[in-house]
Write a protein that binds this ligand. Structure first.
Ligand code: ASP
Length: 252
C-alpha cells in the first residue's frame, strides 16, 4: 500500500492477518460451540467514519466488509447472515472458514456443555478458564497525517453461538480520532464494558501521554488484555497484560 491511505494500510494489514491460519481472525478463526466460525471486525478513520460487522459466517475477510460500510458512511454495523449476503452481492470471496487445526481444537474441546449448548454450564467453565485469543489489529498513519485503526477476530472460541465481544464495537475494540488510533485485544467482555479504545482516545485527547493512557486503560480492564495505539505524531504504543499478543511495526 505504498503511497496509499492509512485506511488502505489498515485494511490491507487486516486482510493479510485474516489470511494467516495461526491467528484467530478470518481464515484462522476459532469455531463457536456449534462448530461454526462467526467473524467480527471493525475499521475506523480519524474523521469519525466507521464500519463494523458482527457474527458473519463464511467470510474470510470481514475487515473488507467493514471497509465497505465505512466508505458508504450510512449504517455503521451489520450483523449475521444478512451481512454475508451483502458481501456476496458485492463480490467478496465467501467460503467455509475452518482450518484443520481449528476444527481439531473444536473437537478436542467439545465437552458436554458445548454439545448441549447449555449456556449456564458454558458460562461457569468460561469464568474458570483462560479464553482462546489471537485477534488481529492494525493502526496506521499515512503521509498526510491521517490515522486509521482496525481489528478482526473469530472471538473467544468454543463460545456460545452468537456471542459478540469487543472487536466489532466501535469504542470498545477499535477507535480512531485525529490524535490516536487504537486496536484492542483480550477478554472481550471486560474490554467492552469499559469501552476501552474510546477511553484511551479520550485520555489522549485530554493530553495524557499515550504510554500513560495505555497503562491506565489496561489497568482498568484488568488481566488478559493488550493494545496497539498510534499517535498523530507517530508515537507507537504496544502494551499487554497477557502473554497472547505479538506486535510488529512497518514503515512503507
Ligand atoms: N477481544 C476478542 C473477543 O473477545 C478476543 C481476542 O482479542 O483475542 O472477541
Amino acid at each position: 500500500v505504498r503511497g496509499g491511505s492509512a485506511l488502505d494500510a489498515a485494511e490491507a494489514a487486516g486482510r493479510a492477518l485474516e489470511d494467516e491460519p495461526l491467528l484467530n481472525a478470518g481464515t484462522g478463526a476459532y469455531l463457536q460451540a456449534d462448530g461454526v466460525a462467526r467473524l467480527d471486525a471493525s475499521l475506523m478513520a480519524d474523521d469519525g467514519r466507521a464500519g463494523a460487522v458482527a457474527q458473519v459466517p463464511l467470510l474470510p475477510h470481514p475487515v473488507s466488509l467493514a471497509r465497505y460500510l465505512l466508505e458508504q458512511d450510512a449504517h455503521v454495523m451489520l450483523a449475521g447472515p444478512e451481512s454475508l449476503a451483502l458481501a456476496a452481492r458485492l463480490g467478496h470471496a465467501v467460503g467455509v472458514v475452518a482450518t484443520p487445526a481449528k476444527i481439531a481444537y473444536w473437537q478436542e474441546h467439545l465437552d458436554e456443555a458445548c454439545r448441549r449448548l447449555d449456556y449456564a454450564a458454558m458460562a461457569d467453565a468460561w469464568k474458570a478458564e483462560n479464553p482462546r485469543l489471537g485477534t488481529v489489529g492494525c493502526v496506521a498513519l499515512d503521509e498526510s497525517g491521517r490515522l486509521a485503526a482496525g481489528t478482526s477476530t473469530g472471538g473467544t472460541g468454543q463460545c456460545y453461538p452468537g456471542r459478540v465481544g469487543d472487536t466489532p464495537v466501535i469504542g470498545a475494540g477499535t477507535y480512531c480520532t485525529p490524535r490516536v488510533g487504537v486496536s484492542m485485544t483480550g477478554v472481550g467482555e471486560r474490554i467492552l464494558v469499559k469501552l476501552a479504545a474510546k477511553r484511551l482516545a479520550d485520555l489522549a485527547g485530554d493530553g495524557v501521554p499515550l504510554d500513560e493512557a495505555a497503562r491506565r486503560v489496561l489497568d482498568e480492564v484488568g488481566p488478559g488484555a493488550g493494545l496497539v495505539a498510534l499517535g498523530s505524531g507517530g508515537e507507537v504504543v504496544e502494551r499487554r497484560n497477557t502473554p497472547f499478543m505479538a506486535a510488529a511495526r512497518c514503515t512503507a
